[in-house]
Write a protein that binds this ligand. Structure first.
Ligand code: PLP
Length: 408
C-alpha cells in the first residue's frame, strides 16, 4: 500500500457486525459481561475485550492500531495530550537518579516538563543541537534515554536519525523521537533506528485543530535490561512487547492519561487526509518561504530552503519536504507585533498543524516561562514570529504576507 491508501486501510478493521466504515464513538465508561468469570478474564488480559475506558476503549484502540500501522510500530498507546505522551513515554523507563539527554530546541512545554522532573530526581542534560557528537559527549553511566524532536519546534533544526540512533545503541540507550512536526508523511523514524516515537496528535494528525491528544508508538526493537531499567523484570515475559505492556499496565493507566473516545474518533477522521493536507501544506510552506526569502528586512528560516544548514539532510531523510513550520525575524519585537496584527488570513493562536495558517510571537507566549538563555537556545528571539502554514491558496497567503510586511 502507498501512503494515502495506507491511511485509509492499514490497521483498520472495519466493524464486521455492522459494516460501519469508521469505528464509531463508543462514548461509554464501562463494558458489561454475561458473567463474573468472563469479566475476570477480560480484566486479567486472558480474553480479548474492554472493561473500562481509562484502560481501553474500542474507538481509542482503533486509532492506536492505525497510528501503529502508519509508523510501522508493534503497538501504540494513545494519551490525553501530546504532553501526556511525552511524559508517559519517558517515565515508563526512568527512575530517580536517571539522566536524559535532550535537545535544547524542544517545544516549550517539554522544556518546562524537564524542570518539573528535576524534583523527582530525573535530570535532563541539554545538547545545543542533537547530533552523534553532542550526544556522545553528554552520555554518562546514568543516561537512560535520548529524547528530542525530529524537526525542532520552533528552532527547526533537523536530527540525523541514523547517526544519532547508532550512538545511542552503542551505549545501550534508547532513542525517543517527538515526530509531531514531521508526521509519518515525511518519515517513519522507527525505520531509521528510532526506538520509540511520540506525537502530539493535536497537530497534524488531527489536522482540524479540534482535539488535544497524543500517542506513543514502540518499535519493539529496544530490549530494556531489567538490571538497568527498574520495573522491567515482571514484563520480561512480554518479549518485544515489554515496553508497551509496562506502560499499559502501569503508569499510563494509573495516572489516567487516557484519550477520550470522541477525540480518538476526530483523530481517526483527520488521519485519513494527512497525506493530502501535508502535500499541500509542505508545498505552501516552501512557496511562502521562497517569497519571504526574497523580501528585504525580514529573515526566514525553513529547513527545505536552499542554503539552510539542514537542506541536505531534508533531501536525504524527508525527500525534500520541510514540513509546515517556518520562522520569520522581523527586526524588532514592535515590528513583529505590527506584522502579525496586519495579517488578514493568518490567525494569531498558539497551535500548529491546523489547516488554517496560524502565527504567534513565540518569546512573549510559548517561551514566557523560559530564561533568556533557554529561549535563544530554542531559536526564539524578541523579533521571531512562528508561522504554521495552512492549506489556503498560496497566492492569497503570499499577498497577505506581502501587505503585512510592507505596512509594518
Ligand atoms: C504541541 C506539541 C507538544 C505538546 O502537545 P499537546 O497536545 O499540546 O499536549 C509536544 N511536542 C511538540 C513538538 C508539539 O508541537
Amino acid at each position: 500500500m502507498k501512503f494515502n491508501t495506507s491511511l485509509l486501510h492499514n490497521g483498520f478493521e472495519s466493524e464486521r457486525s455492522t459494516g460501519s466504515t469508521l469505528t464509531p464513538i463508543y462514548q461509554v465508561s464501562a463494558f458489561s459481561y454475561e458473567s463474573a468469570e468472563k469479566l475476570e478474564q477480560v480484566f486479567n488480559n486472558r480474553a480479548p475485550g474492554f472493561a473500562y475506558s481509562r484502560i481501553g476503549n474500542p474507538t481509542v484502540d482503533s486509532f492506536e492500531k492505525r497510528m501503529a500501522a502508519m509508523e510501522g510500530g508493534i503497538g501504540a498507546v494513545a494519551c490525553s495530550s501530546g504532553m501526556a505522551a511525552v511524559t508517559m513515554a519517558l517515565l515508563n523507563i526512568l527512575s530517580s537518579g536517571d539522566e536524559v539527554i535532550a535537545g535544547s530546541g524542544l517545544f516549550g512545554g517539554t522544556i518546562d516538563l524537564f524542570g518539573d522532573l528535576k524534583k523527582f530526581g530525573i535530570k535532563a542534560r541539554f545538547a545545543e543541537s542533537v547530533t552523534a557528537e553532542s550526544v556522545e559527549a553528554l552520555i554518562t553511566e546514568r543516561t537512560k534515554a535520548v529524547f528530542t524532536e525530529l524537526i525542532g519546534n520552533p528552532k527547526l533544526d533537523v536530527v540525523d536519525l541514523r547517526r544519532v540512533a547508532d550512538v545511542c545503541h552503542s551505549h545501550g540507550i534508547p532513542l525517543i523521537i517527538d515526530s509531531t512536526t514531521a508526521t509519518p508523511y515525511l518519515i517513519n523514524p522507527l525505520k531509521y533506528g528510532t526506538d520509540i516515537v511520540v506525537h502530539s496528535t493535536s497537530k497534524y494528525i488531527n489536522g482540524g485543530g479540534n482535539s488535544i491528544s497524543g500517542v506513543i508508538i514502540d518499535s519493539g526493537s529496544f530490549r530494556f535490561d531489567p538490571e538497568r531499567y527498574e520495573g522491567f523484570e515482571e514484563y520480561k515475559r512480554f518479549g518485544k512487547y515489554a515496553y508497551i505492556a509496562k506502560l499499559r499496565n502501569g503508569l499510563w493507566r494509573n495516572v489516567g492519561a487516557c484519550l477520550s473516545p470522541m477525540n480518538a474518533y476526530m483523530n481517526s477522521v483527520g488521519l485519513e487526509t494527512l497525506g493530502l493536507r501535508m502535500e499541500r501544506i509542505c508545498d505552501n510552506a516552501l512557496r511562502l518561504a521562497e517569497f519571504l526569502d526574497s523580501v528585504d528586512g525580514v529573515e526566514v528560516n525553513y529547513p527545505a530552503l536552499p542554503g539552510n544548514p539542514y537542506y541536505e539532510l531534508v533531501q536525504e531523510q524527508f525527500g525534500g519536504r520541510g514540513g509546515a513550520i517556518l520562522t520569520l525575524r522581523a527586526g524588532s519585537k514592535e515590528r513583529a507585533y505590527r506584522l502579525v496584527n496586519n495579517l488578514k488570513y493568518a490567525l494569531i493562536a498558539t497551535n500548529i498543524g491546523d489547516i488554517r495558517t496560524l502565527v504567534i510571537h513565540a518569546a512573549s507566549t510559548i517561551y514566557t516561562h523560559s530564561s533568556e538563555q533557554q529561549r535563544i537556545s530554542a531559536g526564539v528571539y524578541d523579533d521571531t514570529i512562528r508561522i504554521s502554514v495552512g492549506i489556503e491558496d498560496i497566492d492569497d497567503l503570499i499577498d497577505d504576507f506581502r501587505q503585512a510586511i510592507e505596512n509594518s
